[in-house]
Each structure stands twice: as structure tokens, then as C-alpha cells.
Design a protein around this ligand. Structure first.
Ligand code: HEM
Length: 518
């Protein structure tokens, strides 16, 4: 009899347990934030556009609210379309909202295995971030100002020589700055091979680090498909890319390490931190990948921002004239603007802010949730991919009226909220290069305005070529290629460029100033 009672009790307990599991599963599934209805099996897969996703995601937000769920087979995405939702989750709950979605193609197959930007929030990642804070924090960034000021004269000189190649010049300038910071490497403009390998590796990164583009990211078991298999295009791509990525990560690092051993290394992020690492292999690995992150972090982002700036100036001569008048009044024509002039040039600073707002460089920031969570009564399952829609915040009509117009006055006259604290990310993953990036972009904008006029290009019949304003798809938002005319403002401006470049060439000793943060 007592056995029977035990059996019944056990059966009841098991039944209750199953009921509990089913209920909680059902409750969790039902309580996800709302989203568009999807198709059987495919879910919302076909509703995710390949172009201007940020705009489509904002439109979904207009219907379903600032927190939208999208389901694709085997995965849940949540769109964060407001500053409030992003602040509540990515800032305030940063401890569990700081992973990245898994990108097997970019990391394991193409070779960006240790890269900081795709790492989950592990102890190794936190160690890498600590090193980046030391090398790019306020004191370190301050110590780089003389170098940035010096470099700007070479940027202008190159622009004067090859005005049509402005995008290439932005890239080479960004490469020169980041290689100097990361490795103390001065010769980027001469060393074509290193530059080409770095750019190609960066290209492989931007092609493969886009959420939802590679099928193998959604079905990681496919990574074991052999290269010869007819549909294994991704394996053949990875086979081509990996040696280039390996070379770009290892070569400059090993070279700097060799110089450190010989005592011939210049001051840089890598050389100074290698000294502190005292041969610890794990720390050295972090330094290597963090240094690569400096190159990778700077190259396309600053190039994108400056490209949008050139386009904005060609389209808005009245803004350009107003910013030039401010520079003429505050700085005069006897010297180039410097990083230190930023506070004295509020309108030029607003031009920079408006550039970052008009077409944000990183319009969508992907994150992943490491633990089950609850928000506004909704269930947020672990491993959900969250997409912070930076573009939607920057184009929120209630905050930035006439949101598609390029109007720096919204910051100088209307009191619109700062958008630089959104353009560079959130919480513990906020861009570690934010100070260097802003200093570099501001300086490039101010010195260009001081010395050049940017206007719409003309064709061979002297007709104006109207530039199109169109974003390119991808993680970094570039304008579609466009032509503009870039000419020195005057003979005096051309002479100022020549003199400044000549003077900059006499300042090699100032390049060795480099300090780490505590
Ligand atoms: C216009 C210039 C730049 C923009 C708009 C920009 C923007 C961003 C954004 C939005 C993120 C992701 C943040 C997040 O997940 O919340 C990021 C990450 C990162 N950026 Fe930048 N960035 C710029 C320049 C730079 C520069 C100059 C460096 C280095 C000197 C740099 C290094 C990095 C690194 C290493 C990461 C990865 C951090 C992580 O995942 O924890 N960036 N950046």
C-alpha cells in the first residue's frame, strides 16, 4: 500500500514538474516583445531587408513599439529602437548585454578569432579592454595630439596633390595614425605592402562580420563541410582570406616585438604594453589582438565619417561658408586649426556632430544576451541577438526635427541633445577609440574647411554633376561613390599647406611622445 502511495505521489510530482516546465516555456514564448507575424518555418526571415535595414527596423518600431521581436529559424532577434530601451539594457544591464552574436565565418573560418570587437564578455575580453583603456584613454589620447596635428599637414598636402582620390587619402591617413599608435610604425605611406595587406584583411572583416549574411553563422555545423563540396563557396572564400588576415595580425606585431627585444622600438601601444607583460603569453596575445583592433577600428570608420562630411559640404555651401567664417575669425589664416581649438570652434564642432547624426557610421550595433532576463514584463531569452538601432535614434523626428536635413544649427541654436554619446556605442563596449576618433575627425574637418572649398563636380561640358546621397549596405555605412570638386580656397591657403607640411617634416622628435593611462 505504502509503495502504491509513493508511486502515486511520484507520478503526481512528475506530472506537476512537466506541467511547470511546459507552462514556463509557454509563458516565456508568449511573453516575448511584439513583432511582425512571420511565415511557418521561415519566421520573419524574408522581412529582413538587405539594404537600409536600419530604416526598415525603425518602421517596424513605428508599428510595434521600440522593442520588436523578429524570429528566424533557430534564432531570436530583438530590435532596440529608442534611446530609453538601449540605456535600460545595454548601459544599465551591461554585465549581461555585452556579448556579441556568434560569427563563425569571420572568426573561426576567416581567422579573426581573437579580435576584440567580436569577443564575448569573457575574462580575456575584459583583459583586452583594460589594455585598450590604458593605450587609448584620456592621457594616452592627449599624448597623441602633437602627432595628429603634425599628420594633418600631410593629409592636406596629399589632398592638394590628388583631390579626386579623397577617399583613398582618408584611408591612408587613418592607416598612418593607427599604425603609429598601435606599433610606432612611421612608414605606412611608403610601405605599400603592409598597407595593402591591412586593407585587404579589413575588407575580409567587413564582408564577413555582418549579422545574418553567412548561412554558416546560423548553422555552425556547416563549418565542417569540405572545401571541394560544390556549395561550399564560404570555405573557398575563407581559404583565400585567412592567410591575409593572419599576416596582417601577426606581421606588424612580431616586427614590433623583435624591435622591443633589440631595444630599437619606438614608443607605441604594443611596445609599451609588451614591456609591462614580462613575457606572459596570454597578455601578449591580448596585446596583439588589441593592436589589430586599433587598425581595424579606425580605418573604415573615420573614412566613412569624412566621406559623408565631403558630401554634406558639396550639398550645403551655406554651411561650409559659415564654418569657414568661424575658422577665419578665430584662427585667422596664419596657421592651421589644431585639435586644441575644438572648444573655440563651436560651429565647426556642430558640423562634426551633424555628420555623425546625418549618416551614422555604425547605424546598427549588434549585441547578444548572456543570461535569461526580463524587461518591461517581457521575457528576454539568453542568446538573443539585440540590434541597437543608432540610426533610428539619430533620426527620431521628435528630437531632431527635419531629420534628413543636414543642419548643424540644431546643435548650436536649437539645443538638440548631443549625439556623440550614441554614435560610439554603449555600456562596457563603448568604442575604446572614441577620443582619438573624435580628435582625428574634428581635425580633418577643421583643417579641410580652413584650406579647401568643396563643391559639386562638373563634367567635361561644365555641367554640374549632382551627387547622389545613397548608403551602401554593410556594418559600416559609407556613401555610394560620388565625385566632388576639391580646390584650395586661395593662393594663401595653398601656401599655408606647403609651409605647414614643410614644418611638420622637421618635427620627428615629437612623435615619440606617448603615455599610457593608469
Ligand atoms: C569615426 C570613428 C569611429 C566610430 C564611429 C566608432 C564606432 C564604434 C562603435 C559603434 C563600436 C561598437 C560599440 C558597442 O558595441 O557598443 C566600436 C567598437 C570599437 N572601436 Fe570604434 N569607432 C570609431 C573609431 C575607432 C578608433 C579610432 C579606434 C581605435 C583607435 C576604435 C576601436 C574600436 C574597438 C577596438 C572596438 C571594439 C570594442 C568592443 O567590442 O568592446 N574605433 N566603435
Amino acid at each position: 500500500m505504502s509503495w502504491l502511495l509513493v508511486d502515486i505521489a511520484a507520478g503526481l510530482a512528475a506530472g506537476l514538474f512537466l506541467l511547470f516546465i511546459f507552462n514556463s516555456w509557454h509563458r516565456k514564448a508568449v511573453h516575448l516583445p511584439p513583432g511582425p507575424p512571420g511565415l511557418p518555418l521561415l519566421g520573419n526571415l524574408l522581412q529582413i531587408p538587405r539594404k537600409k535595414e536600419f530604416e526598415a527596423f525603425r518602421d517596424m518600431g513605428d508599428i510595434y513599439g521600440d522593442l520588436v521581436t523578429l524570429r528566424v529559424p533557430g534564432h531570436i532577434f530583438m530590435l532596440l529602437n529608442s534611446r530609453k530601451a538601449i540605456a535600460d539594457l545595454l548601459d544599465a544591464r551591461s554585465a549581461i548585454y555585452s556579448d556579441r552574436p556568434s560569427m563563425v565565418m569571420c572568426t573561426d573560418l576567416v581567422g579573426w578569432t581573437g579580435t576584440v570587437v567580436l569577443a564575448n564578455n569573457t575574462p580575456r575580453f575584459r583583459n583586452c579592454r583594460k589594455l585598450l583603456r590604458k593605450g587609448l584613454g584620456p592621457s594616452a589620447a592627449q599624448s597623441f595630439i602633437p602627432f595628429l596635428n603634425r599628420q594633418s599637414a600631410f593629409y592636406l598636402e596629399n589632398l592638394q596633390k590628388r583631390p579626386d582620390a579623397f577617399t583613398d587619402i582618408f584611408k591612408r591617413t587613418a592607416a598612418a595614425i593607427s599604425m603609429k599608435i598601435a606599433y610606432g610604425y612611421d612608414g605606412i605611406q611608403e610601405d605599400e605592402e603592409l598597407y595593402v595587406v591591412g586593407c585587404l584583411a579589413n575588407h575580409y572583416f567587413t564582408e564577413t562580420a555582418v549579422v545574418g549574411t553567412w548561412f554558416v553563422d546560423m548553422l555552425p555545423i556547416l563549418r565542417h563541410v569540405p572545401r571541394w563540396f560544390p556549395l561550399a563557396y564560404f570555405q573557398r572564400y575563407a581559404n583565400r582570406a585567412k592567410p591575409i588576415v593572419d599576416e596582417s595580425v601577426n606581421k606588424p606585431f612580431e616586427e614590433t616585438k623583435r624591435h622591443v627585444k633589440l631595444g630599437t622600438a619606438g614608443a607605441s601601444f604594443t611596445s609599451m604594453l609588451l614591456g609591462d607583460a614580462k613575457g606572459d603569453a596570454e597578455t601578449e596575445d591580448c596585446i596583439k589582438w588589441a593592436s589589430t583592433g586599433i587598425f581595424l577600428g579606425q580605418l573604415d570608420t573615420t573614412t566613412s565619417a569624412l566621406s559623408w562630411f565631403f558630401l554634406a559640404m558639396a550639398l550645403h555651401p551655406e554651411v561650409q561658408a559659415k564654418a569657414q567664417a568661424e575658422i577665419d575669425k578665430v584662427i585667422g589664416d596664419g596657421r592651421l586649426p589644431r585639435v586644441e581649438d575644438r572648444d573655440a570652434l563651436p560651429y565647426v564642432s556642430a558640423v562634426m556632430q551633424e555628420t555623425f547624426r546625418w549618416h551614422p557610421v555604425v547605424p546598427l550595433i549588434p549585441r547578444a544576451l548572456s543570461k535569461d532576463d526580463e524587461y518591461r514584463g517581457y521575457f528576454m531569452p539568453a542568446k538573443t541577438t539585440l540590434i541597437a538601432n543608432v540610426w533610428a535614434i539619430m533620426h527620431d523626428r521628435s528630437v531632431y526635427p527635419d531629420e534628413d536635413k543636414f543642419r548643424p544649427e540644431r546643435f548650436t541654436e536649437d539645443g538638440a541633445p548631443d549625439c556623440l554619446n550614441v554614435a560610439f556605442g554603449f555600456g562596457r563596449r563603448v568604442c575604446p577609440g572614441i577620443l582619438i576618433a573624435q580628435a582625428h575627425v574634428f581635425l580633418s574637418i577643421a583643417t579641410t574647411l580652413a584650406t579647401f572649398n568643396i563643391s559639386k563636380a562638373r563634367d567635361s561640358q561644365d555641367n554640374i554633376v549632382e551627387p547622389t546621397v545613397e548608403d551602401t549596405p554593410g556594418a559600416i555605412n559609407f556613401p555610394q561613390p560620388f565625385k566632388v570638386s576639391v580646390e584650395p580656397r586661395s593662393a594663401a591657403a595653398a601656401e599655408l599647406i606647403r609651409k605647414s607640411a614643410e614644418h611638420s617634416r622637421t618635427l620627428p622628435e615629437r612623435l615619440e611622445i606617448f603615455s599610457l593611462d593608469a
